[in-house]
Design a binder for this molecule. Sequence first.
Ligand code: ZN
Length: 454
Amino acid sequence: MATFERFDAHVREHAREYVDELKELIRLPTVSAQGRAVDETGAAVLARAKRAGVAAEALRADGGPPTIVGETGAGKRTLLVYDHYDVQPPDPEGEWTTPPFEPTERGGVLYGRGVSDNKGNLMARLQAIEAYRATIGELPLRVRVLYEGEEEIGSEHLASFVKRHADRLRADGCIWEAGYKDAAGRPTVSLGLKGIAYFELRVRGAKQDVHSSQATIIPNPAWRLVWALATLKDESDRITVDGLMDHVRRPTAADRALIEKLPLDEEGTKRIHGIAGFVRGLTGTELKLKHFFEPTCTVCGLTSGYAGPGSKTVLPAVASAKLDFRLVPDLEPDLVARLLRAHLDRRGFADVEIIPMHGERPSRWPADSDAAKAAVAACRATYGTEPVVYPLMVGSGPMAQVCDELRIPVVGFGAGNAASANHAPNENILLADYIDHIRAFGRFLHTFAGLRLD
Ligand SMILES: [Zn+2]
């Protein structure tokens, strides 16, 4: 029997057991935002990794949750597996059909908080390591794991942890936590993430709200804020923060080739969002290039004065805006903060206070790395179809803190789907996709180690 026929047969045989084991992990309500069950889950994950033969230990960084590191196998190549064991709060809990921490199967779908983001992938990859040993033999490469417990609240301790423990994390390639089939059911492989810089902009006027008849002589912070915001972007949606676009890496010919192949269902997207057209009236390749290779500058919220029913003639004392920038290489949160400050000062808006709230660097890796090539080969062999390769995902995460810091080319593929509802009620994965991720990851180990798939 060919190598992976044996592997697949074993995975099929143990499918029930695998899913039950995932359910056990889902039952732990690991909501890092509320500090729930974090230590308990860290301990469970550590025990599970050890059972899979990973020489692992839980380390605690400056009061953070346990971070699990470990390694198993031997060979010329080393793979780093990054996953997180914490989950988002289940709110609004009333909108779940079945309780978030009571994993439930309905019609071939498994529901529960964390099945897709990210406990499912974490568990599937350990099960794949075991299945590989049971059917093929000792791992042909060294596998290192890094499981953190605060990804969903900003990975505060990860950067310093990675610096301190770099020698235990270095690798030739990394598989990142998440991965999804797209809306058409095609497997996807991703090669990076956008970064993010989140700010609050605040302007203060009079020491308290004033009767609006005084607006003839008393400055209005709401207008100050609106005028300041209006300088950040023009009406054709071009970011006009001085110098910001100079730091945007232009897509290469290879990037454009990847983009040409990416599906983007324009009509479906317009229908889902109830919009008549896209920004700047873009369509086709130009639309995709903007989506994947351009940064954003988004007013996420505006607060000032009176916004209740009826009218209230008030001159507000304070105005604030929440603003996020999604970042592409070579933009970084600190750089954006500096450019934004200088831009506002130059225009006389020194009174606009900038409060940095959250930042993550972008991380982008080439499509011809060994990890990327192995991921594509593993997906092709598992799903019998060519995966769709995304040069980067438009969301953000702590990828740069691990992969840019240690210079490890990264790749993402996993058990999720386009309707997995991460961070939302009724988070789910297809049971078939879960089993397929075990199959795909087993093949990835094999081919990343330099062995042929058959
Ligand atoms: Zn998440």
